[in-house]
Design a protein. Structure first.
Length: 130
């Protein structure tokens, strides 16, 4: 089993947050990596619900906030629903995944976690008026 650091980065490459996922298989598809990441961040949030969720994708009935997503009231999130939203966001360029500074193109691409100790997620922000 492998350990992986998950970093969120701005479009300029500045790290905005990070956490570690343990007990990953040595190889994993990008699809499963995204699901694993979302499951971990939702579990962390659900352990201590707050009005702000700092996750990869926006929960239903939440608004964008400087530090994540602002919920109307603290509540338990469903990681599987969040994961489906994340997979759709990847497919529609809502964010990119970087492994060894190389952008991953496909959800089916296999990542060798044993050879990569970190992965970066960069959320893409649509241009205003574009």
């Amino acid at each position: 089993m492998a350990v992986l650091t998950v970093r969120d980065e701005s479009m300029t490459g500045r790290e905005t947050s990070s956490f570690v996922i343990i007990d990953l298989p040595d190889t994993i598809s990008v699809r499963d990596l995204i699901r694993w990441r979302v499951r971990e961040e939702v579990a962390r949030y659900n352990a201590h619900p707050d009005r702000t969720f700092q996750g990869l994708v926006q929960p239903t009935d939440a608004e964008a906030d400087l530090n994540g997503w602002r919920l109307r009231a603290p509540r338990t999130l469903d990681w599987e629903k969040q994961a489906e939203v994340a997979l759709k966001a990847f497919s529609t360029n809502g964010f990119v995944v970087l492994i060894s500074d190389r952008q991953v193109e496909s959800l089916d691409e296999v990542v060798d976690v044993a050879e990569n100790d970190a992965v970066a997620f960069v959320r893409l922000v649509p241009l205003v008026g574009g």
